[in-house]
Design a protein around this ligand. Sequence first.
Ligand code: ARG
Length: 460
Amino acid sequence: MGTLWEGRLSGGTTDALKALNDSLAIDKRLYREDILGSIAHVEMLVSVGLIEESDGALILDALKIAEEEIASGSFVFQVEDEDIHTALERRVTEIAGAAGARMHTGRSRNDQVATDLRLWTLKSLDELALLVMSLQKALIQQANNAGETRLPGYTHLQQAQPVLLSHHLLAHAWALSRDFERIIETRSRTDVSPLGAGALAGSSLPIDPLMTSESLGFSETFKNSLDAVSDRDFVAEAIFVNALLGVHLSRIGEELVLWSSEEFEFVDIDDEYTTGSSMLPQKKNPDVAELARAKTGRIIGNLTGFLTVLKGLPLTYNKDLQEDKEPLFDSFDTNSLVLTALTGIFNSISFNEEKMSAAADKPFSMAIDLAEYLVHKGMPFREAHALIGGLVRTSIDDKKDFKNLVLENDNFGPEIEDFFKPEMAIKRRITPGSTGLEAVEVQKDLIEKRLETQSAMISR
Ligand code: ARG
């Protein structure tokens, strides 16, 4: 069998065209989805009377054989197989004979590939959602174990105020819960069947797009055939969701790199997730965390690259769209690796409570509490801010103990001594959503409930 279009064109294609044009190496990954789509299509063709039941049965058997061959590795791809769709149609025709030539009735590779890719994306979004939840659970578990451990909260990477370690870990879990929501929202826009749109305009044959849509389990069916074969919004969105998730994972990675450094020593990453140096015997390098930080770069590249492919394309199918698969596959593959590794890290990490509290418990970290003490006593905040700022400055310039300067100052009563007890800074945080002990307990309940909602969204 030659090419699919040998009726129209002279025959041979140049090697240069083949090398550029063929997408089999990438899209063979869609074989299961392609076979599912063909099964639904053939059953529909039989049901509307476009092909004989006996022919339908031969095709379905051939599809099953082809699937087993690919799964077991015995499928022999041929040079003329341009993509997974042509490869499977060729093989089905070899096995089913004349019946095979009827499989593609009323269908184009344009609606076929869009269908395959949507099915693949739906499955991959579900898998990604589960991996996101696993990392959330690992973070929440560590937050529950963290008790009242505190560390400095940072802005501008400068120590700002003490915060609970649990509060810090849960901040990452909340960001991930937004990623989870985005996955689910993207899922709903991906869940539309384009099968039956044909090359672009539908068909003169009485095919039934609703039937194939339902048998493939799609929630909706395309409304406009031109849009159906052109629409790759779901690809762009799925890559974006991965890119933003990747941004969150890179933030976690960066913190782990910092926190595991000798300067911080806030955490000890389990040996399993670190590497040694080929030269320096003492080194323990946080490679996984560094790669979590780095891999986001390629996903952002996938997003900008693919949006650039899409921009300016006229309706409807253009071969440019073949460039959708690599960035899509790569984005999911990359994040799956990173999520799995980070989850492993958090399931086995140890936190160095002493180092963390020592860093958090510096007198300057109490500056805002001292200012707010003055506010309680009626002083305008701006004035209080200036007064404390002045004391900080004197302490630094004249090398004087900050606590003593405060105690000696007439604006403060003896009760101010208490403000320098490190754990008090956390206890004084009384507002909802804050790092206060009670607020964090409330937050823990809320994130557990959120996880339940998330689980329910997946098991639908
Ligand atoms: N390999 C192609 C792709 O991924 C399949 C669709 C080809 N359609 C066409 N009209 N040449 O986009």
